[in-house]
Write a protein that binds this ligand. Sequence first.
Ligand code: PAF
Length: 291
Amino acid sequence: MSGVVVLKTAEAVERTVASWRSRGHSISLVPTMGALHEGHLSLVSIARKRSKRVIVSIFVNPAQFGPDEDFSEYPRTFEEDREKLSRAGAHAIFLPDEHMIYPMGFSTSVLVSGLTESLCGRFRPGHFNGVTTVCAVLFGIVRPDIAVFGRKDAQQLTVIRRMVRDLHMRVQVVSGPVVREPDGLAMSSRNRYLRTEERRQSTALYRGLCKAAELVSDGERNADRIVGRAMEIIDSSPLVMVQYIELVDPFSLKPLLRMKRKGLLAVAASVGETRLIDNIMLGPEGAIEEE
Ligand code: PAF
């Protein structure tokens, strides 16, 4: 028997949260689209350390998929997810349906401009709009003290932090590190789409990022040379088609000409039919890990 309670409506979430609150419990939300892997479970573990109660939302959000994207094929693995969350010690799963999140007449959209047009925004118009809108709805229903997001979606994290700041949302955004397979590929629900040879070549992304970090630790500061070196590594894997690779300021997401105190090196590529993203945070000594 699974020890995690499944809540399907806003009212059920509100009742549960109110009863936790009445006992003085702090609450974390981990928003997900399901198809959970170790990366998600590491966010649950962070949430457990930071608060008394953890609620994980599972909702494949149609508003963040483009018309040619994988919304209908996106893996839906609820029974496995529930088992994993139960073992990971989550207390509740919020499993709304589309109508619950976007009832008839829903007409609000949250747009964070300036941060959403570059990087993935160039290739996925409207995507971040869908992400911020659904997160605003989820925050409104759950009213968590803390919301936990992975740093693999670095642009998403920056955008959500800006939304929370701008709209004075009373939630603290906490981030968790990129969790990788033993060969370096960043964990993603979409990795399961990769065919054998695609999966093998996908490791080029992280190898490219690591090479760039090495260059920075050797003193290179010129963005073109840093990016160029990463690109050379990735290009040697012909199935990995880079959409963008850019060194940007981690707060403004604007391109850097030279590495300063900090730079986010972000990459997106299509590998066969699958779109993958990855990134590495760079400091003067090379790769850095930070919240
Ligand atoms: O990162 C994701 O899985 C999604 O973008 C999120 C934050 C759950 C919003 O749908």
